[in-house]
Every structure is written in C-alpha cells, then in structure tokens.
Design a protein around this ligand. Structure first.
Ligand code: NDP
Ligand code: MG
Ligand code: MG
Length: 339
C-alpha cells in the first residue's frame, strides 16, 4: 500500500509563517477556521461584501486579497476555479515574492495552463476529498476529511513538508493524507464529480424517481425511496464499505443488488465513463467550462434553473420542511439556486 500520512507522521510545521486564505466560501471558511483553531497565523483575503462580513464575524483577521497575499508567506487560493485566473493576475501575483508558497485545493488552473506561477515560489496543492462544510464540521467533531497533496514546484526544497504541515493544520491528517500529482488530482477529481459523486448520482436518483412516478406511484414515496434513503445507505458504505452496507440490508435487497445493479450500470455505462475521462484528459471539458464562463454561463444557468424545478426537487422541498432534523448545517451551505 502507498504511504498514507497521519498526524503522528508529520513533524514539519508552519511555525513563524503567515497563511493567507483567499476566498471565504465552502473551502475557504473551513481552512481558515481550522488553521486558526490549530494555532496558526491566518489572514483571510476577500473583497468587501458577504464573505468579508462573515469572516470578521467568525473572529478572523480580514484584508483585501491584494493585502493578504502581500503579507502572507503561504497563499492558499480558495476562489471558484473559473475566477482564479483573473484574481490571481490582478491581486495575488503582485504580492508573490520569492520564497513564498502558492497553494491550491484543486489543480485545475495550473494543470490546464490558466495560471503560470513564477519560478521563484513553491507551488503545491492540498485538496480535501470532501465538501468544505464537512471539512469544518468533521474537524469540530474531532474527526477530519482525508486530503491529497502534490508538489508542482519545489523552489525552497521544503515544499513537501509545508504541504503536509498545511494538511495537518486543517485536520486532514486525522483521516489520512496521500501524495499525488497535479495531473492525477485534477483528472481524478473531475472524473469523480462528473461520473460518480455528483453527475452519476443525481442522474441515477432522477432516473429512479421518474421511473416510479411515470409508472403511477406516489412522488412522495418515490422521493423517500430514491433520494432520502440514499444517505442512510451511503452512511453504511462510508462506515464499513459495500460489504458492511450489505450486511445491514435484507438478503432480498442484497440479491436484488447483485442481479439488478449490473443491469443499471453495465459495460456501456463504463464505456461512456471512459469517454468522459478522455474528455477530461484531453482538455476538452476544461475548455468548454472556461468558454462557458467567458460567455456568462448561458447553458449552466438554463440547466440549473431547469433542474431546480424538477418534480423531485419540488416534492423534496415540501417533505424536508417537515423534517427539520435533516437540515443540520444547512444554514451554512451555499445557495444552490441559480440566479
Ligand atoms: P466557493 O465558490 O465557495 O468560493 C466562494 C468565495 O470566493 C467567496 O468567499 C467569494 O466571495 C470569493 N470570491 C469569488 N470571486 C471573488 C473575487 N473576484 N474576488 C474576491 N473573492 C472572490 O469556492 P469553493 O470553496 O467551492 O472552491 C474553492 C477551491 O477549492 C476550488 O479550487 C475548488 O475546486 C476547490 N475544492 C472545492 C471543494 C468544495 O467542497 N467546494 C472540494 C475540494 C476542492 P464573495 O462572497 O465576495 O463572492
Ligand atoms: Mg472533489
Ligand atoms: Mg472538484
């Protein structure tokens, strides 16, 4: 097995270094607060507005992106991927003096050549393998979200130690930290979210829901069956793998899993997954996403609006309003309603 780093394996520290967390969204608020709680010197870099006010309210030092990048030794870029290049060129790059570290939580912009860092800084990534709100929530509960790290440029000769110390600082070394490359992190992260975690999952849930509703079954029941119960099943897989989950379900369910699962996801599905991976590897996906943003997201907005009005969402909103207990942490989650 490859080396997985845990707290006790990491002796390096960020002592004497100031960390600028640029952006205070999903990942930003979690990194900034976790690093502060583990005794680090943190400044948040954002523009005036909601994030600025929130970071101040959370007791953090807040400055403009330009000032934070200027005064910090380690600059962690936690802005939306599609905004990073512009903010980097205008507000981060001017403060990147020799010897500093430029850090990312996803390799997208460096790997796809949108950000070309100067040669005299360390460049690495620390990418938690989980949503930002859980990076904070698990940290607060004494646990952590695993992370990947990768070194792109090691000017100081210490980039790897700094990356590991950073991962420890956000609590990820409680769960396990794994070494990768910018290429591997970028491609696998995009593939995972497209084919399995987000795209594959939402399409699977919708198809199941629609199949039941179109056959005349109650939409509320279809919601419970295809969406609500998913978390309970996934929790079992998270805790104990697929066998652990199968141990808890009935043998009837397990037999159905064995004989029908491969009819839903078959060799053709896998072939299409390979096509998706190819489009990630050859840059086609990245190009499309960057162009979509340059055009002010016409297709993204249209699809987001349509998805938000899908029957499963309408039914779900009603049912969840009667289950306040499922909303833990919801107030912190970012608005997903497209404008
Ligand atoms: P978010 O969309 O949550 O980031 C929003 C933050 O960026 C807000 O604080 C926002 O401030 C700020 N921001 C946006 N534009 C600007 C600007 N022009 N100038 C200054 N601040 C700006 O990002 P994520 O946390 O989702 O993603 C950050 C990085 O982490 C990405 O590289 C992503 O791939 C990676 N990542 C994300 C994960 C996740 O859980 N979301 C998981 C693992 C990696 P304002 O309020 O002013 O708009
Ligand atoms: Mg990811
Ligand atoms: Mg991602």
């Amino acid at each position: 097995m490859v080396k997985v780093y845990y707290n006790q394996d990491i002796n390096s520290s960020l002592e004497g270094k100031k960390v600028a967390v640029i952006g205070y969204g999903s990942q930003g608020h979690a990194h900034a607060q976790n690093l502060k709680d583990t005794g680090h010197n943190v400044v948040v870099g954002v523009r005036k507005g909601k994030s600025w006010d929130q970071a101040e309210q959370d007791g953090l030092e807040v400055k403009t992106v330009r000032d934070a990048a200027e005064e910090a030794d380690i600059v962690m870029v936690l802005l939306p991927d599609e905004r990073q290049t512009q903010v980097y060129e205008e507000e981060i790059k001017p403060g990147l003096r020799a010897g500093k570290s430029l850090v990312f939580a996803h390799g997208f912009n460096v790997h796809f050549n949108q950000i070309v860092p100067p040669a005299d800084v360390d460049v690495f990534l620390v990418a938690p393998k989980g949503p930002g709100h859980l990076v904070r929530r698990t940290f607060e509960s004494g646990a952590g979200v695993p992370a990947l790290y990768a070194v792109y440029q090691d000017q100081s000769g210490h980039a790897e130690e700094t990356a590991l110390a950073y991962a420890k600082g956000i609590g990820s070394a409680r769960a396990g930290v794994l070494k990768t490359t910018f290429k591997e992190e970028t491609e696998t992260d995009l593939f995972g979210e497209q084919a399995v975690l987000c795209g594959g999952l939402t399409s699977l849930v919708k198809a199941g829901f629609e199949t039941l509703v179109e056959a005349g079954y109650q939409p509320e029941l279809a919601y419970f069956e295809c969406l609500h119960e998913l978390k309970l099943i996934v929790d079992l897989m998270y805790e104990d793998g697929m066998s652990g989950m199968r141990y808890s379900i009935s043998d009837t369910a397990q037999w159905g899993d064995f004989v029908s699962g491969p009819r839903v996801v078959d060799e053709d599905t896998k072939k299409r997954m390979k096509d998706i991976l190819t489009d990630i590897q050859n840059g086609k996906f990245a190009k499309g996403w960057l162009l979509e943003n340059q055009l002010n997201r016409p297709e993204f907005t249209a699809i987001a609006n349509r998805e938000n009005e899908h029957q499963i969402e309408k039914v779900g909103r009603e049912l969840r309003s009667m289950m306040p207990f499922v909303k833990a942490g919801k107030e912190k989650q970012k608005e997903v309603v497209a404008s």
